[in-house]
Design a protein around this ligand. Structure first.
Ligand code: ADP
Ligand code: ZN
Ligand code: ZN
Length: 679
């Protein structure tokens, strides 16, 4: 036998260096299997050993042979990641301007990247031991209405790439359409002898167990796995392997699961496609919805994105014919009708402790009838600020451009932006006045007032403070579902997804601040949030017509007028028109460079230099400015916005620019975000 030729491998490693690293493989034994692209391998890196991903194999190397180190071991027990998966991570890395290794490796479960492969081996054994898929006939769901049926037929008719925007009012039965389409696609592929896979993305972690149960119940005997950040490492490894080995038929997951390896993926579903939680806000700042669409196109498979309030990007594509729009116009459950929405004009009506007389009367009626009410106030704590009338002292955070929030039950002032916590001062720190005033209202203060107003009512508050313990949010929602709550009060946590059967009144307290935000997306978000929370009411057939009451000082505002009419298309048309004339996304493409430093001057100087680093024809680079909340935890932050009408031009520029930025001496921390959602 001729001596085997050593092979030269390029590996992606989880380091901030944007290079692929060269290693050599030579067989120790004659029957050693050669490495393959997409496999994981353990290699020496400096003085450490790390696990990397094999991205290329060559017969020779440009580097001097004595400089190249040998790889330590190949994880042969794990089948290689597919070329499509590699292409997806490479696209994500390129598009969001990060090194491939920083994208591809962190999205694999830790057990795969561990130096000891015992956990991986155990998980592989367990996964292999679970039966693939039994003959899985789905249990019967409700009979589809005409709109739903048309949607399912359209979605499952073709097997090649198309994007469908499923625009359905809250309660219109979108989930049913997803499940039925998944079922049809799996069935169709089975006829071809293919054990196909479906990926379903959902936004919030607290939706997953609810949805998971209903999906499992619908497809008994089918392998359904979930992937989200709350899983233990063992669970996550098993779910991931089950998807990677092609066993799992349905993968339900939050944004990170868009990067799950699924060799037989035939359909992707993105529920609540507009939800901001699809955008990762640190590290690789990717949009899971956008990556999902790229993935579908690369695989030439259909993708469905659904929402009652689609993002302006998706709506624009649907209106211009790039996406197919399917509409579910009515609520699915018989007799469940959309609630009546009314505005309470707070310029004219006087409120007591934040609650107007009409809203209080409506609450009283629900209590008398034994129905549930929901009050939505997107502000936790007791009062957003404490104030001294005598000298004007105000509870600023010492470390942030923000107020310390009064938390009465916890007897603390808390900053919601850094970890700072203080005892509530018994007197004014500046003048000694003992009569400090809470200003404004949070959920705790409304809760206190509700208990005074309705001592006999069962009031439950659900917000980040009341649900700190693991599992407590689940438990709280279960209490509501069991009917043990009369008035549910909460922040955006209560706005989403939940199907409360006895709820006939929704009250919205003080939503107006978003109307005047510096962030051009605030209106879009507020509209989506109000539609969502309004959508909690009247989901089942009830005796009384359900109602949504919005307390506002701006009753004539176009956003509220559109809300009254349940008119998302009208709202979207007006919003898109504004964006077009103001030159905002989706009509331009943006990227944001942010810098952090001990002083604002340093951060601004860095950005100014970055701005002048390269010529940039076709790209507008705005002036560096402080971030709206300039200081957080004693770090000053500034930002530089880049804009271009051409995505390609922006991408090409960013690639060169980031290379230059990386060469600069590391004076401060900077991050680049492509398609930023917080401006
Ligand atoms: P969406 O996600 O569009 O807000 P859901 O999928 O949660 O709506 O459906 C709302 C309710 O309607 C659920 O309780 C669901 O079981 C029910 N439902 C869905 N489709 C039908 C149907 N065809 N007939 C009767 N009830 C249905
Ligand atoms: Zn004072
Ligand atoms: Zn702070």
């Amino acid at each position: 036998m001729p001596p085997p030729i050593p092979r030269f491998l390029k590996l992606a490693l989880d380091t901030p260096l944007d290079i692929e690293f060269d290693y050599r493989w030579q067989p120790q034994w004659a029957d050693d299997s050669p490495p393959r692209i997409g496999q994981l391998a353990q290699v020496p890196f400096g003085r450490r050993q790390v696990v990397g991903l094999i991205v290329a194999i060559h017969e020779s190397s440009d580097h001097a042979a004595e400089k190249i180190r040998d790889i330590t071991a190949i994880r042969h027990q794990l089948p290689p990641l597919s070329s499509h998966w590699m292409a997806l991570s490479r696209f994500a890395a390129d598009y969001y301007q990060r090194p491939l290794g920083e994208v591809a490796l962190p999205c694999l479960p830790k057990n795969l990247r561990a130096l000891k492969s015992t956990a991986l081996d155990t998980a592989l054994k367990k996964t292999a031991a679970t039966p693939q898929t039994a003959n899985s006939t789905a249990t019967l769901g409700p009979e589809l209405n005409a709109d739903q049926k048309a949607a399912v037929d359209a979605i499952s008719a073709a097997s090649d790439y198309s994007v469908t925007l499923l625009f359905g009012v809250t309660g219109s039965g979108k989930t049913e359409v997803y499940l039925r389409s998944a079922e049809k696609v799996l069935e169709r592929e089975k006829q071809q002898g293919i054990h196909a896979q479906v990926l379903m993305l959902v936004p919030e972690i607290n939706l997953t167990p609810q949805l998971e149960n209903s999906v499992r119940a619908r497809f008994p005997g089918m392998n359904v796995v979930s992937l989200h950040s709350q899983l233990s490492e063992g669970e996550r490894t098993r779910s991931w392997l089950s998807a990677h080995l092609g066993h799992a038929s349905i993968v339900l997951g939050t944004r990170l699961s868009v990067l799950a390896s699924m060799p037989n993926l035939k359909l992707i579903i993105v529920d609540e496609e507009h939800d901001p939680s699809y955008k990762q806000q640190e590290g690789l700042r990717y949009s899971a919805r956008d990556l999902a669409i790229w993935r579908a196109r690369d695989l030439n498979i259909p993708i469905v994105i659904g929402s009652a309030t689609p993002s302006m990007e998706s709506w624009h594509h649907a209106e211009s014919g790039r996406y197919r729009k399917l509409v579910l116009a009515q609520r699915a459950a018989t007799q469940a009708v959309l609630p009546n929405i009314s505005l309470i004009d707070m310029e004219r009506i006087k409120a007591t402790e934040g609650l107007s007389p009409p809203l209080v009367a409506a609450l009283r009626e629900r209590l008398a009838r034994g129905e549930q009410s929901l009050l939505f106030l997107n502000r936790r704590g007791y009062a957003p600020v404490v104030h001294c009338d005598a000298c004007g002292w105000i509870s600023n955070c010492q470390r942030c451009t923000a107020f310390m929030v009064l938390h009465k039950p916890e007897k603390r002032l808390r900053c919601h932006h850094c970890s700072l916590e203080l005892k509530i001062p018994s007197s004014c720190p500046t003048c000694g006045n003992v009569d400090l005033q809470p200003l404004g209202r949070g959920t705790q203060r409304i809760e206190e007032h509700l208990q005074v107003l309705f001592p006999e009512a069962r009031v439950l508050r659900i917000d980040a403070d009341s649900t700190r313990k693991k599992g407590s949010a689940q438990a709280a929602f279960a209490t509501v579902h069991r009917g043990e709550v009369d008035i549910l009060l909460g922040t955006q946590m209560v706005a989403k997804g939940h199907d409360f059967q006895r709820l006939t009144l929704v009250g919205v307290i003080n939503p107006d601040t978003a109307l005047f935000s510096h962030d051009y997306r605030a209106g879009e978000r507020l509209f989506a949030q109000l539609m969502q929370v309004a959508g909690r009411a009247g989901r089942a057939a009830r005796m009384s017509q359900s109602e949504v009451m919005v307390q506002t000082r701006y009753a004539q505002h176009p956003l509220y007028r559109a809300l009254l009419a349940h008119d998302f298309p009208g709202f979207a048309a007006a919003t898109l028109e504004e964006r077009r004339s103001a030159g905002l996304p989706p009509f331009v493409f943006q990227a944001m460079l942010r810098a952090e430093s001990t002083t604002l001057t340093k951060a601004l100087e860095f950005l100014q230099q970055a701005r002048e680093l390269l010529p940039h024809p076709g790209i507008v680079i705005n002036d560096p400015v402080p971030v709206a909340m300039t200081r957080v935890a004693n770090v000053e932050r500034a930002q530089l916005l880049l804009e271009s009408p051409a995505r390609g031009a922006l991408q090409s520029f960013l690639k060169l620019w980031v290379q230059e930025l990386r060469k600069q001496p590391a004076r401060l921390r900077w991050t680049l975000e492509v398609d930023p959602i917080d401006i």
